[in-house]
Design a protein around this ligand. Structure first.
Ligand SMILES: *Cc1c(COP(=O)(O)O)cnc(C)c1O
Length: 369
């Protein structure tokens, strides 16, 4: 006899559709009979530089202690972060990737039927974790592909619990200015949590781009999240963090699984934080690659959305999926963004000079064909 277990599952879970990650290199190699070494993956905003040698050395040192549980409080990492950011260690919550923190905040605050406000074209995880809790995601239309913060405040109701702001946003690469964030935070009722997702913080150098940490003193309802997955080049190790008032950190730490960040990730993250050279190099490589892609798109008469992240969306009217498939068959993985209500766009992550060039050449060839 077969049993339909979905009837017995928690209702929020059955309505969930899983997050669609970028296609892994090995999977494409299997499907198309390609050699993995010929494949260029520009689909998940990963760091093309390879890991920091300091992180690798820290991991190696840690290996002999793999039989031990990691430090559940992440003492060293919190201490290093607190010194770097000028906050107390009690304000920090460590996550298995910063996605963990997004889940903690929703688990901590959202009862079934309560509302979470997100922007159109914003990162998909917010809606997923809200659905898991049987919360209601309220999506506010974007303005010029970016967050319309005023419209997001205007969408607040008595059921609103959390507002997610992604700065800069993935996948559009847009950002909100200091003036916009100031005006927004000053209007959000003080009992509503604002989660400011700064996954790409290290890549941005616009003078009017706000640093979320600067707002924590004035706003005890604010949580700023950052990650080691992007500019720090540790996506596979899964480590990120939230910084907030001590009370919010204390509440989130109650839902945090006890050993959610492993010892290799903790050690590598500490080493990376002390390796400023690596982050600078990542940023330089990204700036050069961004210019290369922008110029390449212009040459091909392909529209693109100006981005301050390590990725860029480009427009392929009516044939985005064809071009995506065509690139795949040629060993270049980019990311469709139809599930972000952008069916005529693809997102490409900034790679090395050679990877970007390979992508542009294959794109040119496909567009001509
Ligand atoms: C990549 C990304 C994250 C972080 O992912 P983790 O690997 O879980 O730290 C968070 N938010 C956005 C918008 C991202 O693009």
């Amino acid at each position: 006899m077969t049993i339909d277990f979905s009837k017995y599952a928690v209702s929020g879970i059955t309505k969930l559709s899983p997050y669609q990650p970028g296609k892994p290199i090995d999977e494409l190699a299997r499907e198309f009979g390609l050699n993995p070494s010929e494949i260029v993956k520009l689909a998940s905003n990963e760091n093309p530089l390879g890991p920091s040698s300091k992180a690798l050395a820290a991991i190696e040192k840690e290996l002999k202690d793999l039989t031990r549980y990691p430090d559940g409080n992440g003492f060293e990492l919190k201490k290093t972060l607190s010194e770097k950011l000028g906050v107390s260690t009690k304000q920090i919550t460590l996550g298995n990737g910063s996605s963990d923190i997004l889940e903690f905040i929703v688990k901590t605050f959202v009862n079934p039927g309560e509302e979470v406000i997100v922007s159109q074209h914003a990162f998909a995880i917010y809606g997923l974790v809200t659905q898991m809790q049987n919360g209601k995601t309220v999506q506010v239309p974007a303005k010029n592909w970016g967050h319309d913060l005023q419209a997001m405040v205007d969408a607040v109701t008595e059921k609103t619990k959390i507002i997610f702001v992604t700065n800069p946003n993935n996948p559009t690469g847009t950002y909100n200015t200091k003036a916009q964030l100031d005006a927004f935070l000053s209007q959000v009722p003080s009992h509503i949590i604002v989660l400011l997702d700064e996954a790409y913080f290290e890549y941005v150098d616009k003078p009017d781009y706000p640093n979320g940490i600067d707002y924590l003193k004035a706003y005890p309802n604010l949580v700023v999240t950052r990650t080691f997955s992007k500019a720090y080049g540790l996506a596979s190790l899964r480590v990120g963090y939230g910084v907030s008032s001590e009370q919010l950190a204390d509440l989130m730490n109650r839902v945090r699984p006890p050993f959610n960040v492993d010892s290799l990730a903790l050690a590598a993250a500490v080493a990376c934080l002390k390796d400023e050279n690596y982050v600078r190099q990542s940023k330089e490589l990204n700036d050069q690659g961004m210019s290369q892609l922008e110029a390449g798109f212009d040459q091909l008469n392909v529209n693109w959305i100006p981005s301050v992240g390590n990725f860029i969306c480009f427009e392929i009217p009516n044939r985005a999926m064809d071009i995506f498939q065509g690139l795949l068959a040629r060993g270049v993985i980019v990311r469709p963004v139809a599930n972000y209500e952008m069916p005529n766009f693809l997102r490409v992550s900034i790679g090395t000079q050679q990877e970007n060039q390979r992508f542009l050449l294959e794109l040119k060839d496909l567009l001509a064909g």
